[in-house]
Design a binder for this molecule. Structure first.
Ligand SMILES: Cc1cc2nc3c(=O)[nH]c(=O)nc-3n(C[C@H](O)[C@H](O)[C@H](O)COP(=O)(O)OP(=O)(O)OC[C@H]3O[C@@H](n4cnc5c(N)ncnc54)[C@H](O)[C@@H]3O)c2cc1C
Length: 173
């Protein structure tokens, strides 16, 4: 892409001042090495403890897990919102499995979206029906909070990292 347009991989040139990129997401090709069921995005089907179905010694999480977020049929998306919480649960449950203690099922019923629309502001929605709760500056402030605080990894400090890995922390308060 440059200031005057875009050149496609086949060499075709499209002159334009505006390019909207709508590429989707797909799971890492590493999932193909696991002999288990995958969804159309390549994610591994997991149970509520994030164990790959049929392979109890294999856990999948984040972008490579096709995981139920609740009992209503909703599934995690390939987003930070879900990856953070899935990571906490999977880490906990791998350790639980090694220690022979009970796993904590992954559950994340709350779902929000926050879309930054540039100078106009942002849109913040709640729920899988995406009910609009905040717009413009109010939503933009939430987006900035998400990007600068909520999705930031913890400092390189053992106690802080372990505290941040607690699977009972909700991603969205
Ligand atoms: C351009 C872009 C913009 C995005 N914007 C948003 C957004 O605004 N909001 C949102 O919620 N989500 C967004 N996402 C999605 C979000 O980044 C992912 O859902 C999230 O990072 C997934 O976390 P993860 O830990 O599952 O995987 P990743 O963050 O991809 O981490 C996987 C890690 O595994 C490592 N790895 C891969 N293969 C191997 C290997 N063979 N050996 C060792 N290590 C390996 C990788 O290097 C990487 O560090 C965006 C993604 C992209 C690409």
């Amino acid at each position: 892409m440059d200031a005057n347009g875009v050149t496609l991989s086949d060499g075709q040139r499209i002159e334009t001042n505006t390019v909207i990129w709508t590429a989707g997401v797909i799971a890492s090709a590493l999932t193909e090495q696991i002999p288990a069921e995958r969804d159309r995005l390549g994610r591994l089907h997991v149970d509520r403890n994030l164990q790959v179905i049929g392979l109890p010694d294999v856990f999948a999480t984040g972008d490579v897990a096709y995981a139920a977020t609740d009992d209503l049929g909703n599934r995690a998306l390939m987003t930070c919102q879900h990856a953070i919480s899935l990571g906490r649960s999977a880490g906990n449950n791998v350790a639980a499995s090694l220690l022979g203690v009970e796993a904590m099922p992954y559950s994340q019923p709350k779902y929000v979206t926050c879309l930054d629309l540039g100078a106009w502001g942002a849109v913040f929605t709640e729920g899988w029906e995406r009910e609009v709760k905040f717009i413009k500056d109010e939503a933009k402030a939430i987006k900035q909070q998400i990007n600068s605080v909520w999705i930031y990894p913890p400092a390189a400090n053992r106690a802080e990292a372990l505290a941040a890995a607690d699977p009972s922390i909700p991603v969205v308060a």
